[in-house]
Design a binder for this molecule. Structure first.
Ligand SMILES: [Zn+2]
Length: 90
């Protein structure tokens, strides 16, 4: 009987750990076939300002010359906009 108890306990812990790691973006689960985004790296976009990789569903993004850009924070988004403005001046 003890083995069954430990098996169930391990199962619960496994689910808890899984729930914590998945809890980073609970509101965005509309695409069922895109699981483990951070493991494959396929759906991570590079922040052109600081080089951080962020998921595609970041609220900080803009399209420039038909290209989508993704940012880790509003600060990087603003920096990028300033960089575009500076390039236009030259
Ligand atoms: Zn950034």
């Amino acid at each position: 009987m003890r083995l069954i108890f430990y098996a169930i306990l391990g199962f619960i812990i496994y689910y808890l750990v899984r729930g914590v790691t998945r809890g980073t973006s609970p509101s965005r689960r509309r695409s069922p076939n895109s699981h483990g985004t951070s493991e494959t790296g396929k759906e991570l976009k590079k922040d052109p300002v600081c080089g951080t990789y962020i998921p595609e569903d970041t609220p900080y993004h803009l399209s420039h010359k038909g290209q989508p850009y993704f940012f880790c924070s509003e600060t990087c988004l603003k920096t990028f906009k300033q960089q575009i403005a500076q390039k236009k001046e030259k």
